[in-house]
Design a protein. Structure first.
Ligand SMILES: O=C(O)c1ccccc1NCC(=O)[C@H](O)[C@H](O)COP(=O)(O)O
Length: 224
């Protein structure tokens, strides 16, 4: 299956990890932010990753890239993360310099999330050229929200057309199996577009992923 890369965010159990990987997910995200309904203890994430790795050898599916999500995390929290993570995704106030330093220190690629509601918001991405490997353009959280992502709210995808940076980007925020093909089509002429990310849109309830919705989302995204 080709097409854009797909990131399934908020994995909390092996069933979800297996469903996503078998359906062709390119990235799996583990949320290490305690106030999230998708929070997972690092030790549990490590267990899932090891089981998934074993299944990938046995069944022959590709092991997705493994992403840890953090919000202004300190050194201790980052060092407790599973060692097999390939990416750190930052949703807080991490500066470009800190992204660069942490990428080198932990030998991971960096995804920097930037909240967007209007075209000017994407200009902030220029600060992260050479510091982040991927930019994740996400919807701004609703006023008063207790966490920076995973709210199932969308933004006007055309806002991203003003992005002219070199760093590839992933589109996120309110994507679902029903709208992801339109989201992908909206970016098809943008050379920086590499993928889509989803959390709420493949859940039956906050933090409860649906294997059927994950499969439908990946088919729609990659078939678009
Ligand atoms: O999902 C969370 O609970 C979360 C908590 C803290 C920081 C980031 C979080 N999610 C970030 C993501 O990458 C989501 O997939 C992204 O915001 C899109 O979410 P959704 O609109 O629910 O698909």
């Amino acid at each position: 299956m080709s097409g854009p890369q797909v990131k399934i965010c908020g994995v909390k159990d092996i069933e979800t990890a297996l469903a996503a990987a078998r359906a062709g997910a390119d990235f799996l995200g583990f949320v290490f932010f305690r106030k999230s309904p998708r929070f997972i203890q690092p030790e549990k994430a490590e267990e899932i990753i090891l089981d998934l790795k074993e299944a990938s050898f046995e069944e022959g599916f590709a092991l997705p890239k493994l992403v840890g999500l953090f919000v202004d995390a300190g050194e201790k929290e980052l060092s407790e993360a599973p060692t097999l993570l390939t990416h750190f995704q930052f949703h807080g106030h991490e500066s470009a310099e800190r992204c660069r330093e942490l990428g080198e220190e932990f030998a991971v690629e960096i995804i920097k999330a930037l909240p967007v509601s209007e075209p000017d918001d994407v200009l902030k991405a220029s600060e992260f050229e050479g510091a982040a490997d991927i930019i994740l353009f996400d919807a701004k959280p609703p006023p008063g929200a207790g966490r920076p992502g995973g709210h199932g709210v969308s933004f006007d995808w055309s806002a991203v057309s003003s992005y002219e940076g070199e760093t590839p980007f992933i589109l996120a925020g309110g994507l679902t199996p029903d709208n992801v093909a339109d989201a992908v089509a909206s970016q098809k002429d943008h050379s920086g577009f590499v993928g889509v990310d989803v959390s709420s849109g493949v859940e039956d309830a906050p933090g409860k992923k649906s294997p059927a919705l994950i499969s439908a989302f990946i088919s729609s995204a990659k078939g678009a």
